[in-house]
Design a protein around this ligand. Structure first.
Ligand SMILES: [Zn+2]
Length: 437
C-alpha cells in the first residue's frame, strides 16, 4: 500500500490494534483529517509525504485508554479524605467540600485531571459532576475526548432536583458535539436512592426521547446509609427495572452488590458497567463480580472513579488491580487475562460509552486516538508477552506520546496543549484554598 499524503505518520512501531487482526511486529500508522488512514506492516507501506513523523522504534502503538467513570475535579480533594468509612468520606468531608466548590475550582481541578490522564495515556473519559460546562472547557483546552454528564442529586440540600435536572438537560443538549466533536454528553443521576422516582422517570423519558445516554452510580453501597430514605426492599437494579429505567444507553458505575437476578436484568437490558476496582477497594465497598458480568454478555469497561477515592487517574494501575482483584476474588489466576483487561480499557470502554464505532481500536476510518508506550524501560524488558507487560508491568509514566483526534497532545512526555507547570501551580493553590477556607 502506498499512501501519498498524511498529516501524521508513526513509523517502525509495534502495533496492538486491539481488534481481531493481531499484533503487527513492525508497522506504520498514518493519520489524515483526524482519522486513521492506514495501519499495517512497514514492509507494505511507503509514505510519500507526511506533515509530521513520529519514530516508533522500541515503542508500541495502541488505542488510547478509556476511563469509564470519574469525577475529574475531585483531583483537588486528593489526600483530603483518607482512610475513612464511606459515610465519613461522603458526609464529613466530600459533601461539605463540594458545597464550597465554585465553577473556577471545577475548571482548574479538571485541567489538572486532564493533564494527569494525558500523561498516563488516557485519551477518553466519562465524567459526572457539578459545573460540568467547566469540565467541558477544560476538555476543549486539553484536546482530550470525553463523555460528560451534569450530576443530578436530590438528597443534598444545596441542590434541588428540578434545577439539577433542568441544568443537566440543558448541558447535555448544548455541549453534545462540542470541542470539534470530542465531547458527547449524558444525563447523570447520582444514584437510584438519591434521586426521586419522579426525577428518574423524567430522566428516562428525556433520554429516550432525545437519544441522550445516562451515567449513574449503581449498587455501590453494601448497606443503606442514614441519609437515604430507603424506598423499598427491592435491590437498586430491581427498583430501576420496575420503573422502566434500565436500557442499553445506561452506563452504570460500580455494580458491586448484585444478585444473580440483577445480573440477568442488566444483561437483558444491555446496561453497560464501569468497574472501578481501586476506588471499591479503598472505600472497602466490595468486589464487582466481573467474571459473571462478562459471562452474561455484559459490556464491562474500567474506571478510576474520582481522585478522592483512588487517589490517581492512572489507568495502567487500574488495569493491573482490576485483574488481580478478580483473580483473588474467584481464587482463580486464569480469570480476567491480560488481553481481556486491555480490551476492557480500550474497545470495551469505548463500547460502554457508545463510541466503539469511533474509537477503541486502531483501524482505518476510526478517529486517531493513539498512544505510544516506551518499551525500552527496565520494567518492560524482556518482551515475551506484550499484553502481560502492558497490564502487569507498565505504569502510566511509561507512556511516551499521546494522540487524540489525530492531534499530538504529548510527544516524548512533553504535553503540548497545556502548560504543565502552570496547571500544577494553579491547582495546588486552588486546592489549598478549598481545604483551608
Ligand atoms: Zn463515582
Amino acid at each position: 500500500m502506498i499512501f501519498e499524503e498524511a498529516d501524521l505518520v508513526i513509523k517502525d512501531c509495534k502495533i496492538l490494534p486491539m481488534n481481531n487482526a493481531g499484533i503487527i511486529p513492525k508497522g506504520v500508522i498514518a493519520v489524515k483529517g483526524g482519522k486513521i488512514s492506514y495501519v499495517g506492516d512497514s514492509g507494505n507501506a511507503q509514505c510519500i509525504r507526511a506533515e509530521k513523523v513520529l519514530e516508533g522504534h522500541r515503542k508500541v502503538a495502541m488505542p488510547g485508554l478509556v476511563n469509564c467513570h470519574t469525577h475529574l475535579a475531585m483531583t483537588l480533594f486528593r489526600g483530603l479524605a483518607e482512610d475513612m468509612t464511606m459515610d465519613q468520606w461522603l458526609e464529613e468531608t466530600i459533601w461539605p467540600l463540594e458545597a464550597k466548590l465554585r465553577p473556577e475550582d471545577v475548571y482548574i481541578g479538571s485541567l489538572l485531571g486532564c493533564l494527569e490522564m494525558i500523561k498516563n495515556g488516557v485519551t477518553c473519559f466519562a465524567d459526572m459532576y457539578f459545573f460540568e460546562s467547566k469540565v467541558a472547557e477544560a476538555v476543549k483546552k486539553a484536546g482530550i475526548r470525553a463523555s460528560l454528564a451534569s450530576g443530578i442529586i436530590e438528597t443534598v440540600d444545596w441542590q434541588t432536583g428540578d434545577k439539577s435536572f433542568d441544568d443537566a438537560v440543558y448541558f447535555a443538549q448544548k455541549y453534545e458535539g462540542w470541542a470539534e466533536g470530542r465531547i458527547t454528553t449524558r444525563l447523570g443521576p447520582h444514584t437510584a436512592y438519591t434521586c426521586t422516582e419522579e426525577t428518574l422517570g423524567k430522566i428516562r423519558e428525556k433520554a429516550s426521547q432525545a437519544g441522550i445516554g445516562i451515567h449513574i452510580h449503581l449498587s455501590e453501597l453494601g448497606t443503606t446509609p442514614p441519609y437515604i430514605a430507603r424506598k423499598s426492599n427491592l435491590s437498586e437494579v430491581e427498583l430501576l427495572e420496575n420503573q422502566g429505567f434500565l436500557d442499553d444507553d445506561v452506563l452504570a458505575a460500580h455494580c458491586i452488590h448484585l444478585t444473580t437476578k440483577d445480573i440477568t436484568i442488566l444483561a437483558k437490558r444491555g446496561v453497560k458497567v464501569a468497574y472501578n476496582p481501586v476506588s471499591n477497594m479503598k472505600l472497602a465497598q466490595g468486589v464487582s463480580r466481573v467474571k459473571e458480568l462478562i459471562d452474561a454478555g455484559i459490556t464491562v469497561g474500567l474506571g478510576t472513579d474520582g481522585a478522592a477515592s483512588n487517589n490517581s487517574l492512572d489507568m495502567f494501575e487500574t488495569m493491573k488491580i482490576a485483574a488481580l482483584l478478580q483473580k483473588l476474588h474467584y481464587r482463580d489466576p486464569t480469570i480476567l487475562r491480560a488481553r481481556e483487561v486491555l480490551r476492557a480499557a480500550t474497545i470495551k470502554g469505548a463500547e460502554a460509552l457508545g463510541l466503539h464505532n469511533k474509537i477503541g481500536t486502531l483501524e482505518v476510518g476510526k478517529r486517531a486516538d493513539i498512544i505510544l508506550v516506551d518499551l525500552n524501560r527496565p520494567n518492560l524488558v524482556p518482551l515475551h508477552d506484550i499484553y502481560a507487560n502492558l497490564v502487569y508491568s507498565a505504569r502510566g509514566c511509561d507512556v511516551d506520546s499521546v494522540i487524540v483526534d489525530g492531534k499530538i497532545l504529548m510527544e516524548n512526555r512533553e504535553v503540548k496543549t497545556l502548560n504543565e507547570e502552570e496547571v500544577i501551580k494553579k491547582a495546588e493553590n486552588q486546592a489549598l484554598g478549598l481545604a483551608g477556607s
